[in-house]
Design a protein around this ligand. Structure first.
Ligand SMILES: C[S@@+](CC[C@H](N)C(=O)[O-])C[C@H]1O[C@@H](n2cnc3c(N)ncnc32)[C@H](O)[C@@H]1O
Length: 237
């Protein structure tokens, strides 16, 4: 499946998610299939230390809680306290936290799995790089990242619909929740991840689930800019 690359810089203002938080859950049914696909691809187990970036009202956490094998340690972070206010009660050992995914309050190598459901396509190029650098920093070597992004199929009956929705979302981002298609392969590779698998879903939102692994041995993406690992550079900011 090919996807279009959105223009750099998105037009969803940061307070948008606060404003829509009361009604956000009305569209969760459109996400449910793709979120399940994301979790099937990532396959977290009881021992997986998991971080869900931009957890919002907890779409990933809700789908995770009903899985037969679920991690004991899960953290969901989001920049919008209002969105977090709609996360349902969580099992012991699971927490949510108001934090910016571009500057995470966690030590290096704290997690085995990072998920990001419907986040990367919202970000401008620089913010996407910052988020993926942070995801890489907080993942242990060979840790996994699983991301969910809107997609446009390369052919088939859904392609015209997906293209039309993408164009509408480009013209009126706030009406369509910034739902622009994004192929995350290149940003993930550039941030030091090896692509492992891709799945496409078209029930509900037309989306791509991508699984990648934190590469070791590759130069740290922060090295070229600052001469230090990305985590060290960020801590020094
Ligand atoms: C489309 S919602 C996705 C929520 C949830 N992951 C889901 O699948 O339903 C996008 C979320 O990203 C959050 N967000 C956007 N930029 C962020 C950032 N830099 N750090 C943390 N959260 C961010 C917003 O507050 C919002 O809750």
């Amino acid at each position: 499946m090919t996807t279009t690359e959105p223009p750099s810089g998105r037009s969803i203002p940061p307070d948008y998610w606060d404003r829509v938080s009361n009604r956000y859950d009305r569209q969760l049914w459109l996400e449910s299939r793709s979120v399940r696909c994301l979790l099937e691809l990532a396959s977290p187990t009881a021992g997986t230390r998991m971080l869900d970036l931009a957890t919002g009202t907890g779409a990933v956490l809700r789908a995770l809680v009903v899985r037969s094998s679920r991690p004991h340690h899960v953290v969901g972070v989001d920049r919008s306290q209002a969105m977090l206010g709609h996360v349902p009660p969580l099992p012991d050992g699971w927490t949510t936290m108001c934090a910016d995914a571009r500057d995470l309050p966690f030590a290096d190598a704290s997690f085995d799995l990072v998920t990001a459901s419907y986040l990367l396509h919202l970000l401008g190029d620089a913010d996407r790089v910052a988020v993926l650098e942070e995801a890489r920093r907080v993942l242990r070597p060979h840790g996994l990242i699983a991301v969910l992004t809107p997609a446009i199929p390369p052919g088939g009956p859904l392609r015209p619909l997906a293209r039309a929705l993408d164009q509408l979302a480009a013209r009126a981002p706030e009406w369509f929740g910034g739902l622009r298609a994004l192929d995350p392969a290149q940003p993930l590779s550039a941030a030091g991840f090896e692509l492992l698998a891709t799945r496409h879903t078209a029930r509900g939102y037309i989306a791509t689930c991508t699984l990648a692994r934190r590469a070791t041995g590759a130069p740290d993406p922060g090295d070229a800019a600052a001469g230090t690992p990305a985590g060290a550079r960020r801590r020094a900011d």
